[in-house]
Write a protein that binds this ligand. Structure first.
Ligand SMILES: Nc1ncnc2c1ncn2[C@@H]1O[C@H](COP(=O)(O)OP(=O)(O)O)[C@@H](O)[C@H]1O
Ligand SMILES: CC(C)(COP(=O)(O)O)[C@@H](O)C(=O)NCCC(=O)O
Length: 300
């Protein structure tokens, strides 16, 4: 089912949760440059849909508990967010994290990105796939599936590794903890990738999934723009893996970013990520200015 931006934003009328001027101001402080009309027209109706779906899932699990004759434990609701590098997954995930936590039914929302489950650089080097970071084989898929299975089973605390964008590697020994949330958002390039035969995929545990989509040319522009922004910020840190990039001229940096885009990220998008779009429950189609132009919903 396909809805235009106008049809989708009409659904805002059915959304009981509205945001006060103060709350909108607080969202502006999120560091994400997201337009506030976009929040009210697109993301508020989306949280309403997720809220209804969350309630439906809870009812289904209470049916099972009634049938089994014993009260079931609380089962975290898992929301997957997929899409290309630089399409806006993290921005969407951070925004949904904040908005979903405002609903009284699910105040405890946690967010994890799948870069935590990348193999460390030493392993990627040993396998000869350092230039394929972000491709499905660069992840420890089993560790990711184990992690989600443990969260879904209601474990009070589940540990995950930590990836540092600054150091461009997994941080040895560092851990982050997910504490039995109402909703866990899992964001990453490959979260809709099907499992190899006779194994499980992370999406087998998803209650709902979103694919963030845009034209390849627009995503390339966003990638290069973000790269320049990072050059003026994170890459200047002496600890940054990319500190040498801060010293390049603007033109050299643009051509470096375009090459990384073409050889790694666009290839991964075309070969691995885009083919998983049809598996998502909902697709957000963004235009060149990041505004959502169309929403596609899977009815089944
Ligand atoms: N809704 C939006 N409005 C404006 N800019 C956005 C929006 N979503 C993403 N961006 C910008 O686009 C770039 C890529 O977004 P990001 O969320 O970092 O992508 P990803 O997590 O998919 O790599 C960033 O520079 C981000 O600030
Ligand atoms: C860390 C990433 C693989 C994204 O990981 P995700 O959290 O989506 O699993 C990606 O942002 C990345 O660093 N890719 C390598 C190529 C590049 O530097 O753009």
């Amino acid at each position: 089912m396909e809805l235009s931006r106008e049809q989708w934003s009409e659904l805002r009328k059915n959304t009981p949760l509205t945001l006060t001027a103060d709350e909108l101001e607080e969202l502006r402080g999120l560091e994400d440059p997201i337009d506030l009309t976009e929040v009210t027209d697109i993301y508020l109706p989306l949280t309403r849909l997720l809220n209804l779906h969350f309630t439906g899932s809870k009812q289904r699990s209470s049916v099972l508990s009634a049938f089994l004759g014993h009260p079931g434990g609380r089962v975290p609701y898992i929301l997957g967010i997929a899409g290309s590098v630089a399409v806006g997954k993290s921005t969407t995930a951070r925004l949904l994290h904040t908005l979903l936590a405002r609903w009284p039914e699910h105040p405890h929302v946690e967010l994890i990105t799948t870069d935590s489950f990348l193999h460390p650089n030493a392993v990627l080097e040993a396998k000869g796939i350092m230039h394929r970071k972000g491709f499905p084989e660069s992840y420890d898929r089993r560790a990711l599936v184990r992690f989600v299975a443990e969260v879904k089973a209601g474990s009070p605390e589940t540990l995950a590794p930590v990836y540092s964008h600054l150091e461009y590697d997994i941080v040895p020994g560092a851990k982050q903890t997910v504490k039995n949330p109402d909703i866990l958002i899992i964001e990453g390039l490959n979260v809709l990738q099907p499992a190899p035969p006779s194994s499980l995929a992370v999406n087998d545990y998803f209650d709902f999934s979103i694919y963030v989509d845009a034209k390849v040319e627009d995503i390339r522009t966003w990638y290069v723009e973000r790269f320049h922004k990072l050059r003026r910020t994170a890459f200047e840190d002496p600890k940054s893996y990319f500190r040498h990039i801060a010293e390049l001229s603007d033109d050299e940096a643009t051509s470096f970013a375009r090459n990384v885009w073409r050889d790694i990220n666009e290839r991964n998008l075309v070969e691995n990520i885009a083919p998983t779009r049809g598996r998502a429950d909902l697709v957000l189609q963004k235009g060149a200015d990041h505004s959502v132009r169309r929403v596609r919903l899977r009815r089944t």
